[in-house]
Design a protein around this ligand. Structure first.
Ligand SMILES: NC(=O)c1ccc[n+]([C@@H]2O[C@H](COP(=O)([O-])OP(=O)(O)OC[C@H]3O[C@@H](n4cnc5c(N)ncnc54)[C@H](O)[C@@H]3O)[C@@H](O)[C@H]2O)c1
Length: 335
């Protein structure tokens, strides 16, 4: 029998900790995954104690997912290379601005046979224009990468409320393997082969959520907010088609959890909407509000807005996207 597959979770924020609860529980039950799951923790002090030590003694990420226990087989590791060394399966779940640096740190300690999945919602804007987070990981680490995106607000997943999610993969076998690792009776996963579209959906909906938050803050009403969401979805589709590497964008992917469902949940419940509402009401900068409202969590929408804005500007397409109004707001505010 093949050796059980070792899993490493790269990240331990709000979503990272919620997904660690699922992975830890499944790794205990399913024989072909090693029981111990390493979770890399960006070390910080919480009430004069190291966060990694708190997690390993109290089995709770008291800073990013308070109130929910982690399975005891999830072990917090503060050194990234120690966490990733020898891993067969890597789950990337950090705010997207940190991914390049973390991949650079891991080079050489992960086999090319390892497989990865990214849960990171964001894009990167390089000199050559749009860059997907999965492309960065694939290029830097030389491993196959799937993506998981969906209507998955971390605290609700941690509370085991029913939801759906989408895995997009380039290699079907790998997508199905990650489905096994991540699915539970209340966290239902569909696997599709349109990986780039799945990933773009996850990143772009955060921009629409910022627009939805502005609507709430400016008290525009539900009809206007629905119009912003509809136009946002149209622009997500147009943007995905414009930047598709191989004309592979499938419209049906937008009807999966990663598309319309994630858009709805983010425009009503997510942190991007919430902070954008406060931005419109108070006039404080996005950066100030992030510090005040999010207790160390990172906002992805404004940063992604700025990146998309720059990409559209390079192509002289800003006027074609209503969302550029949001991009402008955000850029003038903090980024
Ligand atoms: N939270 C959600 O509900 C949710 C749901 C789906 C997807 N996501 C996506 O998952 C990704 C991770 O989000 P999250 O909610 O787990 O994170 P988070 O915003 O809760 O936490 C921030 C994390 O970044 C780490 N960090 C801070 N400074 C760092 C540095 N200099 N270098 C490296 N790491 C540093 C912190 O330790 C913490 O683990 C994001 O792309 C997000 O869009 C989040």
């Amino acid at each position: 029998m093949a050796a059980p597959l070792k899993v490493c979770i790269v990240g331990s924020g709000n979503w990272g900790s919620a997904i660690a609860r699922i992975i830890g529980t499944n790794a205990q039950k399913l024989q072909h995954f090693a029981t111990t799951v390493k979770m890399w923790v960006y070390e910080e002090m919480v009430n004069d104690k190291k966060l990694s030590e708190i997690i390993n003694t109290e089995h709770e990420n008291v800073k990013y997912l308070p109130g929910y226990k982690l399975p005891k087989n999830v072990v917090a590791v503060p050194q990234l290379r120690d966490a990733a060394e020898g891993a067969d399966l890597l789950v990337f779940v950090v705010p997207h601005q940190f991914i390049r640096k973390l991949c650079d740190e891991m080079v050489g300690c992960v086999s090319e046979k390892a497989r990865g999945i990214t849960l990171i919602k964001g894009i990167d804007e390089g000199p050559e224009g749009l860059k997907l987070i999965s492309d960065i990981i694939r290029e830097k680490m030389g491993i196959d990468i799937s993506v998981l995106m969906g209507a998955n607000i971390a605290n609700e997943v941690a509370a085991e409320k029913f939801c759906e999610s989408t895995i997009g993969c380039k290699v079907l076998e790998n997508g199905l393997l990650f489905k096994e690792l991540l699915q539970t009776p209340n966290f239902r996963i569909t696997v599709v082969d349109d990986a780039d579209t799945v990933e773009l959906c996850g990143a772009l909906k955060n921009i629409v959520a910022v627009g939805a938050g502005f609507c709430d803050g400016l008290q525009c009403g539900d009809n206007t907010k629905a119009a912003v969401i509809r136009l946002g979805l149209m622009e997500m589709i147009a943007f995905a088609k414009l930047f598709s590497k191989d004309d592979s964008v499938c419209s049906a992917t937008f009807l999966e959890s990663c598309g319309v469902a994630d858009l709805i949940t983010t425009c009503y419940g997510g942190r991007n909407r919430c902070v954008a509402e406060a931005f419109a009401k108070t006039g404080k900068s996005i950066e100030e509000l992030e510090k005040e409202m999010l207790n160390g969590q990172k906002l992805q929408g404004p940063l992604t807005s700025a990146e998309v804005y720059h990409i559209l500007k390079q192509k002289d397409l800003v006027d074609k996207y209503v969302g550029s109004i949001c991009f402008n707001y955000c850029i003038n505010s903090a980024w």
